[in-house]
Design a protein around this ligand. Structure first.
Ligand code: 13P
Length: 252
């Protein structure tokens, strides 16, 4: 059985004190009322070590939102996968549409990042998704398949076992415009088919595919009810413990 996961992506929100407060609140809430799914919070780099010291990682996993495409050395301002791992984090988000759009991350760069993350024992939450124009012209499957092929298809099946996929239609991120549960299901089933074609039926059956884009407590249950939707990658609603808990409870 593949894992059900609700992961939060804090993006560039919360200073250190606010982040510690949110992680503490979430940890208390989830220890008192155990989730029926894996829960992960992905925080800014500077929060990782502090948050790792607060949360019980048997209840909440910890991840970064990015890592460098180089192992170490003279790359001012970058944070390596090894550094992320050394904080106690176990996950890293790679390929988020904001990184692709604002920081020029290409399929090739993402390949390097994925290799380094996996080599350092991190699980990768790899994001894919089309922009509005691509959906309106019916190109969403083509775009998503190219994103998968461009960054993941050189992996071995063993490496791929440490990949979690997150389908995030760019037009649904932070816009309040969620994909319908049917649109999510249709794309997730397509993605699983692409993975089956490349890595085989077992890998496709085992990979968790999360939906991301304006997911909230009020729509999570419907979206998660679909056969190929294994959870969510949550932005805005991950910034308030009650909202994030509401989404986690969609699995109850
Ligand atoms: P929102 O939930 O704010 O739409 O963001 C989704 C997202 O980009 C998560 O990575």
């Amino acid at each position: 059985m593949r894992k059900k996961i609700v992961a939060g992506n804090w993006k560039m929100n919360k200073n250190l004190q606010e982040g510690i407060a949110l992680a503490t609140e979430l940890n208390d809430i989830l220890k008192a009322d155990k989730p029926n799914c894996d829960v992960v919070i992905c925080t800014p780099f500077i929060h990782l070590a502090s948050v790792a010291g607060i949360i019980d990682q048997s209840v909440i996993g910890l991840g970064a939102e990015n890592c460098a495409d180089k192992a170490s050395g003279a790359y001012t301002g970058e944070v390596s996968a090894e550094m992320v791992k050394s904080t106690g984090a176990g996950y890293v988000i790679l390929g988020h549409s904001e990184r692709r759009a604002y920081y020029g991350e290409t399929a090739e760069i993402l390949k390097e990042k994925i290799n380094l993350a996996l080599a350092n024992g991190l699980k990768v939450i790899f994001c894919i998704g089309e922009v509005l124009e691509e959906r309106e012209s019916g190109k969403q499957n083509e775009v998503v398949e190219a994103q998968l092929a461009g960054s993941l298809f050189d992996l071995t099946a063993e490496q791929f076992a440490n990949i979690i996929l997150a389908y995030e239609p760019v037009w649904a991120i932070g816009t309040g415009k969620t994909a319908t549960a049917e649109q999510a299901e249709e794309m997730h089933a397509f993605i699983r088919g692409v993975i089956a074609g490349k890595f085989g039926a077992e890998a496709a059956e085992n990979v968790s595919i999360l939906y991301g884009g304006s997911c909230k407590p009020s729509n999570a249950k419907e979206i998660f009810s679909k056969e190929n939707v294994d959870g969510g990658l949550i932005g805005g609603a991950a910034l308030k413990a009650a909202d994030f808990k509401g989404i986690i409870d969609a699995w109850k």
